[in-house]
Design a protein around this ligand. Structure first.
Ligand code: NAD
Length: 357
């Protein structure tokens, strides 16, 4: 497969945070054609696709990945060269309060996708069979937690701790089994925490920006010493494209931005940036809003990625540093209140959940 050849790409979960970034990237920066299959759960938002919605190379189908007949029909109608499978329940705190949806979508849904993809793949001619890819998007959380040193690599053993990461680990194993057992040409990517524009406001960075603007307390779990390795979502979209265009079937690639930060450092940086570009009327720093709250049960201490394999083998590197990415992200939230305000008001996206456990 070469980058120049236009491909037909079925993206599941394309109305979500990363899926919509991938779809926008594919439509704007590549010759590929996209079908977005998405159920539009609370996390799906067609407003994130408005910039490309009128492109003749984009179409949308509302449907559930757990429904084998819907998936089979979409495959038969669209005839994709590539499936990039992002649809999932993705929020760890929600998985603590209600794991059932995570088992259903992340495990049963991936099984349904694999079943339908295998049937479809078996019906292709030999050339199309050789070019087809099933690309499964997963998380570094399947590897568990790190101490203060060391990095996750493609060889790190699986050791998930939350219902979310356990469901993603299960789906990774299913995808690998469909390769090893049936020969389906699969690719797996495990990425670190993404951030950037169009991020649902329940996640750390948009949550802090929105609460700070409202003058509300900024809830930091525990002492805020947990470390995450931040990946700008547009860098991730380029990485995913490199993987399905040039990755080797059966291989996995882990993706990270070489941008480790403690949670408290992230929140402090957000406050300092807002102090500069949107100073508070009373002259005090947004940092005075930081409050420490009960930690998440089973909270993994540190995630950190060594992305050497994708950098060396596929020539991808993150273009955005954490400093430039966070500045762009905060500016985007200041400029796009019309996107996030309805999510806060209608979907209660900034409420604390996930304390059961
Ligand atoms: P998201 O929650 O923003 O979006 C998920 C999308 O999937 C939504 O549009 C939703 O409507 C759709 N969806 C959910 N259930 C569905 C179903 N049954 N059928 C069809 N569509 C359904 O998630 P995200 O943050 O964009 O994450 C995308 C993928 O990347 C997920 O697989 C997630 O596990 C993985 N991932 C995310 C991160 C991150 O930092 N956000 C990190 C590592 C891995």
């Amino acid at each position: 497969m070469t980058a120049a050849k236009p491909l037909r790409i079925l993206v599941t979960g394309g109305a979500g945070f990363i899926g919509s970034a991938l779809v926008r990237h594919l439509v704007r920066e590549t010759p590929h054609e996209v079908l977005n299959l998405d159920k539009l759960t609370y996390a799906g938002n067609l407003a994130s696709l408005e910039p490309i919605a009128n492109s003749p190379r984009y179409r949308f189908l509302q449907g559930d990945i757990c429904d084998g007949a819907t998936v089979a029909q979409a495959l038969a109608d669209f005839r994709p060269d590539v499936i990039t499978h992002l649809a999932a329940e993705s929020h760890v705190d929600r998985s603590i309060d209600g794991p059932a949806d995570f088992i259903q979508t992340n495990i049963v849904g991936t099984f349904a996708m694999l079943n339908a993809a295998l049937d479809y793949w078996r019906g292709l001619d030999e050339a199309a069979k050789a070019e087809f890819r099933f690309h499964h998007i997963s998380t570094d959380e399947v590897f568990g937690t790190l101490a203060d040193d060391g990095f996750f690599t493609e060889e790190t053993p699986y050791d998930p701790h939350s219902p979310y990461s356990a469901s993603k680990a299960s789906s990774d194993h299913l995808v690998r089994a469909w390769h090893d057992t049936y020969g389906l040409p699969v690719l797996i990517t495990n990425c670190s925490n993404n951030y950037g524009p169009y991020h649902f406001p329940e996640k750390l960075i948009p949550l802090m920006v929105i609460k700070a603007l409202a003058g509300e307390p900024l809830p930091v779990y525990g002492e805020g010493l947990n470390v995450r390795d931040w990946l700008f979502v547009e860098d991730h979209a380029r990485a995913l494209t490199a993987v399905f265009e040039r990755g080797v079937p059966g291989e996995s690639y882990i993706i990270g931005g070489r941008a480790e930060r403690k949670n408290i450092e992230v929140v402090t940086r957000i406050c300092e940036t807002l102090d500069q570009i949107r100073p508070r009327a009373d002259g005090t720093s947004y940092k005075t809003l930081i409050t420490h709250v009960t930690d998440r049960p089973g909270h993994d201490h540190r995630y950190a990625i060594d992305p050497t394999k994708i950098e060396r083998e596929l020539g991808w590197t993150a273009q955005e540093s954490f400093d430039s990415g966070i500045a762009r992200t905060i500016a985007w939230y200041l400029d796009n209140e019309a996107w996030w305000r309805p999510l806060v008001e209608e979907k209660g996206a900034v409420q604390r959940i996930g304390l059961k456990g």
